[in-house]
Write a protein that binds this ligand. Sequence first.
Ligand code: ATP
Ligand code: MG
Length: 424
Amino acid sequence: MRQSHLFTKTRKDAPKDEVSKNAQLLIRAGYIHKEMAGVYSFLPLGLRVFNNIVNVIREEMNAIGGQEITLTALQEPKVWEKSGRWSDDAIDVWFKTKLKNGSELGLGTTHEEPLTALMTEYISSYKDLPRYVYQFQTKFRNELRAKSGIMRVREFVMKDLYSFSKTEKEFRDFYEKCAKAYVKVFARAGIGDKTFRTFASGGSFSKFSDEFQMICDAGEDTIYVHKKKKIAVNKEVYNDKVLGELGLDKADLTEEKAIEVGNIFPLGTRFSDALGLQYTEEDGTKKPVIMGSYGIGPGRLMGAIVDANSDEKGLVWSEEIAPFRAHLVSIASGNKDVEDEADRYYDMLTDEGIEVLYDDRDVRAGEKFADADLIGIPTRLVVSEKTVSAGGIEVSSRTSSKKNGASLVRESEIVEYLKGKKGK
Ligand code: ATP
Ligand code: MG
């Protein structure tokens, strides 16, 4: 894509009322637009990153047997009354509205109820289990506080997967499989070394659950981390009894602020009992289905990545989720030969199916480099008088220091070089 065609522009300052680091940077770089507190739109660069994150999650969920669907945001009270979660006391973040005829509707905050009800039409026998169903779907939550940029918003896409199993063992096996898949997701997103499987309270569903918490000053949770074992304990359940059960010694743990980027939850038979989701065993007995739920917010994850990996110059994406494979920058300063050469590289890479952002704008070199730093594409390609006479193209990395900085790659090698990199 030619940067001269991109409708967004970078800006020096973020809006005054924007207090979170992730939103400040993403707004300045033209990735997102703030509509109101806790509500953001995704612009071309932001949507590309968002979709890349979604694809990483989708690949890992498909790899463990997930089947993708989309449920509706509009929710009838009926199924929620059956589980006792229609009331604002049970779910304090409901957005509710009315049909023209006066009957009430809710905007889905989560989807245990409608999916469990739906599955009663398809699951009846032990032969129908286990099943793993997931979606990327918009949730609406009337969150009290919305000061964490895109990490806590009132309208957001969630990947929510629900597992349906016959036995506790079958459920546990999948639960552990999903935990491993989550580890892969966060590693591919570039926050693997800062993210810890965290022992947490199970809320009203079960005694315990597991959160995936990324260490981050802007986080709202406090966790106690065992760096070597790569696990943590949420402050909510941090006591001698729990530490004993987990075989952890207080002396080995460090206290950290953290943000939950994902969680996995045993649901037991809480929803299958309420909505009548049963199956018939081989011997003819009827049993409730054992369920689990598994969430990740791709938008929250995007915000967490920004928080973890940006620097004083701007954003820094991993290869896999960057908006483009490379940022091609032409430093022509009015030299037509350099312009033509940069155009030729752009066409060549595009023909090879390599998507690059091509800074073909007629602006000063300093401004182009500052914008490229802010936008944060990990690989940069520069075409200038110097590289044209040297017979190649300059390749550098967004995070490389001046010392081990740029290297000249021959034209015949650049396609292979870029294809050899991870990612799209
Ligand atoms: P938190 O504890 O941060 O309030 P939660 O426990 O309510 O989140 P779930 O309902 O289990 O979270 O949602 C699953 C995932 O969805 C979370 O791990 C997070 O990644 C994402 N998520 C939850 N709430 C929000 C929100 N308000 N804005 C953006 N993403 C969210
Ligand atoms: Mg939580």
